[in-house]
Design a protein around this ligand. Structure first.
Ligand SMILES: Nc1ncnc2c1ncn2[C@@H]1O[C@H](COP(=O)(O)OP(=O)(O)OP(=O)(O)O)[C@@H](O)[C@H]1O
Ligand SMILES: [Mg+2]
Length: 441
């Protein structure tokens, strides 16, 4: 939006400015008749028309305002309106519209309100329509919710009245073009080098790993990072609701779910894709997120030779991840006794990586936990690494450290058999302990 008032009030009133803007938008919309113009052709027409109008009204705009007005109109005509500058800003990772007057973004992990506004609910609806129409979808008061994606892969959810009480709501998780590397996430203090070495051995040693975390805690991003450890000579099948993973390996088959068509037919679920993937001779199965009955098929796959699989679940602690998996397995409708479900989980899952979005906006691995079997009816969990918060500094940054707990995982020998000698220092032994142990030998 152009803040017309402060920059142009000496030469044009805000009301006149917005009339001029509306006129330019209306006439540019009519330029695309039978033929669709390119953005350059639109820009050329708008420039010409603006120059004409300004000279007719005997007004002069500084170049900066002229350029911003043209960009604003172009975004309305060919882009996503007021959202376009936010989409173009690489520092913004998420955009949240709560009705026409409130647009928030997430920048470097922090939420902030922007001064972007829409003309009204209809304006937001027009932009939502521009996003979903090319995908053959539709939103209105009869079907007021829609999931979609922008052409660049960004994930979009929209809810409009009557379900959205305070005006149309739109949430966009921007697709990050730059894939984070393990060294970058270590640099962001998400985990330590020791944890990275440990997890690399777990992936190469074909352990089954679940990444657990709340919404936006960085699960998908870290799943991508972990997948980077998979050797290039393995055949990987990925299964996702919306393809977000960006694997660099050569031998990857990407599967994506499909919505039903307008007659309600043709839906393909994650569960069906998981079952199908077993017939595709996968070396590894990666499921973007387990959120339904597919959990049962995944556990069975993990228990029947498809080890080294990776997935994410929505949960706030490793213990919570186990209960979440239990619930998801029950959703498969097999009516299994809870003890059997727990046995399946404990023998299938080896490691849980817990991700958290801390209050200061940073994403951290707050625990790496081994699923160490069953004791009676209870799944035994033991933390190998754990985050301890010691305080908050003056700027609100969380102070704390992730440390090894000193416990060595029971699957240690499995990793060693696969050729990974993990040094004692990874699990918390001090230099003095290591020296003493060497001298004893
Ligand atoms: N280690 C990290 N450090 C900083 N920012 C991160 C990190 N990991 C992810 N992010 C950012 O956090 C946002 C959410 O990441 P991601 O999509 O991986 O989360 P998620 O847990 O999969 O979310 P959802 O539950 O919605 O699927 C993204 O914008 C991403 O750029
Ligand atoms: Mg995700």
């Amino acid at each position: 939006m152009i803040e017309s008032q402060e920059n142009t009030s000496s030469v044009i009133s805000p009301k006149e400015f917005s009339k001029l803007r509306e006129y330019l938008i209306a006439s540019a919309s009519q330029d695309s008749g039978a033929t669709i113009l390119t953005p350059e052709q639109h820009k050329h027409n708008i420039q010409g028309r603006l120059a004409e109008e300004l000279s007719r009204r005997n007004i002069n705009f500084p170049d900066s305002i002229r350029d911003r007005l043209i960009l604003d109109i172009l975004a309305e005509i060919t882009g996503y309106g007021p959202l376009q500058p936010l989409l173009d800003d690489p520092e913004i990772t998420e955009i949240m519209v709560n009705g026409p007057q409130k647009v928030y973004v997430e920048k470097q992990g922090r939420l902030e309100r922007t001064n972007v506004v829409f003309d009204g609910n209809l304006h937001i609806l027009k932009i939502i329509d521009r996003i979903v129409a090319p995908l053959g979808r539709h939103i209105d008061s009869d079907s007021p919710m829609v999931d979609a994606r922008l052409p660049d892969g960004s994930r979009v959810n929209a809810v409009v009245p009557p379900c959205a009480v305070d005006g149309a709501s739109l949430t966009i998780r921007k697709f990050s073009k730059e894939k984070l590397s393990i060294q970058q996430v270590i640099g962001l203090n998400t985990l330590t080098q020791g944890m990275a070495d440990f997890l690399r051995a777990c992936v190469l040693g074909r352990l089954n790993i679940i990444i657990s975390g709340g919404t936006g805690s960085g699960k998908t991003t870290f799943l991508n990072v972990l997948s980077g450890f998979i050797p290039n000579d393995e055949r990987i099948v990925t299964i996702e609701d919306a393809a977000e993973l960006q694997l660099q390996q050569d031998h990857v088959v990407r599967l994506e779910t499909k919505l039903a068509n307008v007659e309600g037919h043709g839906m393909v679920s994650v569960r069906e894709l998981v079952r199908n993937s077993l017939r595709m001779r996968p070396d590894r199965i990666i499921i973007g997120e387990c959120r339904g009955g597919e959990a049962l098929d995944m556990l069975q796959a993990m228990n029947t030779g498809h080890d080294g699989s990776l997935t994410t679940v929505h949960a706030n602690s490793p213990r919570d991840a186990i209960s979440r998996l239990e619930t998801l397995v029950l959703m498969a409708g097999m009516d299994l006794p809870i003890k059997i479900v727990r046995q399946q989980i404990s023998s299938a899952v080896d490691v849980i990586v817990q991700m958290s979005r801390l209050r200061d906006g940073t994403r951290k691995i707050t625990a790496i936990t081994e699923v160490a079997g069953m004791e009676g009816d209870v799944v035994v969990l033991s933390d190998i690494f754990k985050f301890n918060q010691s305080g908050v500094d003056a700027e609100g940054k969380i102070i704390g450290q992730v440390k090894p707990t000193g416990i060595r995982p029971l699957f240690g020998p499995r990793l060693e058999a696969a050729g990974f000698k993990l040094g004692a220092e990874i699990f918390g032994a001090t230099a003095a302990d290591i020296l003493a142990a060497r001298q004893r030998r």
